[in-house]
Design a protein around this ligand. Structure first.
Ligand SMILES: C[S@@+](CC[C@H](N)C(=O)[O-])C[C@H]1O[C@@H](n2cnc3c(N)ncnc32)[C@H](O)[C@@H]1O
Length: 307
């Protein structure tokens, strides 16, 4: 059932596809940390017991978060929107599933199978969607792909609808890199690569620049010669020159300003920095489904299609 992946443990595909267990992934990841900390002592029985207690903790915690049920969606948006799953999660993840939402991903548990690199319009009618949410996806796409996708998201939502975007915040990561703060990168539960003594520059490049093979000295020189945004665009273009077809890492970088510009370019208005759990759309405040990926290193931005 268990297999090692980077510094965490993943359950088999069969289990991930089980929708009831999908939402437990976060807790399983926490258990994975226990496994790594005490590998000789951990047995399958321990893991199953730990999973069970994590699940119970998760259920208790979810009582503390806003737990938005389908009837609340119906009250806010109408029965038809709920039945038609007219809420769009782009790059939802392979295990994510919500009874009201349409997830789109390379291999969604239940939704639209799609590759955003192809830059084709989604099979969704103009203005059909009530909300768009996208979490930790856009940093996997090039500028052209992001432009296309946000433009298509704009097409898919009805006038007045919100779009909410969250992804790794370059400003936070750059400050951490400048300060030599490795733990910023190694402690991100969802993404941290195994710490085998890599430099802070290596972790920084892994999070924002496709893990390009740039020596620490060259990276430091790049940032001393240019403004950070200009230096990052040099790195971004270098990544785009390589074959990205199967590359699963981060090939792009955003901070609040940069993602806000892309949203405005796509036609969205009222672009505002948001924060964990603080959406202007009530149903997006349900942190058991939204905003929960690496919030400590993320930026949250929201906008809307003009009414
Ligand atoms: C870091 S995960 C984020 C998952 C989820 N949204 C979350 O916040 O936990 C990135 C997701 O983007 C999807 N993704 C990356 N590149 C993609 C592409 N070209 N087309 C479709 N999905 C893609 C991956 O399959 C993965 O599920």
């Amino acid at each position: 059932m268990w297999s090692a992946r980077r510094n965490s443990v993943v359950v088999s595909d069969a289990v991930i596809r089980d929708r009831k267990l999908g939402f437990l992934m976060k807790h399983e990841m926490a258990v994975a940390d226990i496994v790594l900390a005490f590998p000789p002592q951990v047995t399958t029985t321990n893991i199953v017991q730990a999973m069970e207690s994590q699940r119970r903790i998760g259920m208790l915690c979810s009582d503390l978060t806003m737990n938005i049920r389908p009837d609340i969606y119906a009250r806010e948006y109408g029965e038809e929107a709920v039945a038609g799953r007219r809420f769009l999660n782009l790059g939802c993840g392979g295990y994510w599933d919500h009874p009201c939402w349409t997830g789109v991903d390379l291999e969604p548990a239940n939704g639209v199978t799609w590759n955003f690199r192809r830059m084709e319009p989604l099979p969704i009618q103009d203005g059909a969607m009530k909300l768009v949410y996208t979490s930790h996806l856009l940093e996997h796409l090039t500028d052209a792909e992001v432009r296309f996708l946000l433009g298509d998201a704009f097409r898919c939502v009805e006038p007045g609808a919100f779009i909410r975007v969250t992804l790794p915040d370059f400003d936070l990561g750059f400050a951490a890199y400048r300060a030599g703060w490795r733990t910023f990168f190694t402690s991100v539960a969802d993404y941290a690569p195994i710490d085998t003594g890599q430099s802070v520059g290596w972790f920084f490049l892994d999070m924002y620049a496709g893990n390009l093979p740039v020596e620490d000295g060259d990276l430091a020189r790049l940032f001393s010669d240019m403004e950070p945004e200009v230096a990052m665009d040099v790195l971004r273009r270098r990544i785009e020159e390589t074959d990205l077809a199967d590359y699963a890492g981060h090939v792009n970088w955003f901070n609040c300003d940069r993602i806000s510009r892309f949203l405005a370019e796509a036609g969205f208005v009222d672009v505002e920095r948001s924060a964990f759990g603080q959406s202007r759309a009530l149903v997006l405040r349900d942190t058991s489904y939204f905003d929960a990926t690496a919030p400590e290193v993320s930026v949250f931005v929201e906008a809307r299609k003009p009414a």
